[in-house]
Ligand binder design. Structure first.
Ligand SMILES: C[S@@+](CC[C@H](N)C(=O)[O-])C[C@H]1O[C@@H](n2cnc3c(N)ncnc32)[C@H](O)[C@@H]1O
Length: 380
């Protein structure tokens, strides 16, 4: 059993896990999902994921009604730490009450040389703190309460935060004015297409190439078009940088200027992943809902063109993944969100069965006034 900690956008991460591993979780609660998967399958694929900050394996479980929870936890941790070289650990608590200081004292009495590698006061560790412990050769355990059971989980791997910040912050061509997709989200969109190196992804609004870069890093050939020459030049520069920086050995890509309205049928395309124009850049919420709806009316034409073009290009079972904007507006009782409806023909498209029940895949970061919804459609 594998436990995934879903991070800041749990629905989007969950959709990615289901689509990458091809199964649904057994249980989901508190931003955590438990999947019945082999450790080896997960460790081989974890680097591909954009959304899950860390995962671990279940090393034991016991009923919540256990008279002495601390003792039960202690004997599990002794088993885990007995034969390891570095007996350093941290304990993260999810709905479980343990006096960590007392717990550690008792554990030390039973197993000498054990060290606590964090602050006793923190109930849960951030991914950065988990990474720190793991990098030092230590161990992170989480005690997670769900229904009548307490699961004890040993963290196996943590997302490489440095890698993601390099791709986002160090790529040479960036245009904050037109808004760039966060690289982790672009990675997830590529994963939603379920494409491998035998396919080819098209991004018809390629911009600075965020999605193209993520496809390239997964070894997937990519084809990017945009109506703006500056965008295409920027995207090319970013793709070259990936190789120069050693983030990928080589890329297979074709980037050129072409408005989507004049796109010519390219038969080798097996999926589309894209972020069209999300409206004019803004820093404040719309003054009211009417204005937010008016903005959507202005940009929705492009979405119509995208759906029509995608339906001509893609064949049965192939996927169209795109970002749709959601707008913050001021209402009587504070800020609310307008999430525009998009009518897609149910003859032409369906939502993949695996993600149908998750609902809207929203990605809104702190202080955003324009959020993103990721739409996943499969050609009928
Ligand atoms: C939101 S940006 C995409 C940003 C991109 N995802 C990135 O992270 O760099 C939208 C892009 O759509 C392009 N665009 C707008 N209208 C277009 C059209 N009709 N055909 C093709 N590209 C268009 C713009 O030039 C812009 O580069």
């Amino acid at each position: 059993m594998i436990v995934f900690f879903l991070g800041s956008h749990p629905e989007v991460s969950l959709a990615e896990l289901r689509l990458v591993f091809g199964v649904k979780e057994v249980i989901r609660w508190l931003g955590i999902a438990l999947f019945d998967l082999e450790g080896e399958t997960v460790s081989k694929n974890f680097f591909k994921l954009g959304g899950t900050p860390r995962y671990g394996s279940v090393v034991g479980e016991f009923p919540k009604s256990t008279e002495n929870v601390e003792n039960a936890l202690q004997s599990l941790l002794v088993k885990q730490l007995k034969n390891v070289q570095r007996k350093e650990y941290v304990l993260s608590l999810y709905g479980v009450r343990v006096d960590k200081r007392r717990f550690h004292k008792n554990l030390k009495d039973e197993l000498s040389g054990v060290k606590y590698d964090g602050k006793f006061e923190e109930p849960q560790h951030t991914p950065a703190a988990s990474a720190h412990v793991l990098l030092r050769g230590g161990h992170e355990f989480s005690a997670i309460s769900h229904n009548e059971t307490i699961y004890v989980v040993k963290t196996e791997r943590v997302q490489d935060a440095k890698f993601w910040s390099i791709v986002d912050a160090e790529r040479p061509a960036r245009d904050m004015k037109i808004g760039m997709l966060p690289s982790k989200l672009a990675r997830m969109m590529v994963n939603f297409t379920k494409t491998d190196d035998s396919g080819k992804i098209w991004d018809p609004f390629v911009g600075q190439g965020t999605i193209a870069m993520q496809s390239a890093m997964l070894g997937i050939p990519v084809y990017g078009t945009d109506k703006s020459l500056v965008s295409i030049e920027n995207a090319k520069q970013n793709m070259l940088w990936l190789v120069k920086k050693g983030l990928v050995a080589q890329t297979t890509h074709k980037l050129f200027v072409e408005p989507i309205e004049r796109a010519k049928l390219e038969k080798s395309i097996t999926a589309i992943a894209t972020e069209p124009f999300l409206g004019k850049p803004r820093f404040k919420p719309f003054a009211n809902e009417f204005l937010a709806k008016r903005e959507w009316r202005e940009v929705s034409r492009l979405y119509g063109v995208l759906l029509q073009t995608a339906s001509r290009f893609l064949r049965k079972g192939q996927r169209l993944i795109f970002v749709k904007p959601t707008f913050a507006f001021l209402a009587e009782n504070g800020v609310r969100w307008y999430n525009p409806p998009l009518s897609t023909s149910t003859d032409a498209w369906k939502i993949p069965e695996l993600v149908k029940d998750i609902g809207a895949l929203l990605w809104v970061q702190r202080d955003n006034v324009v959020g993103r919804e990721i739409v996943i459609l499969e050609k009928n």
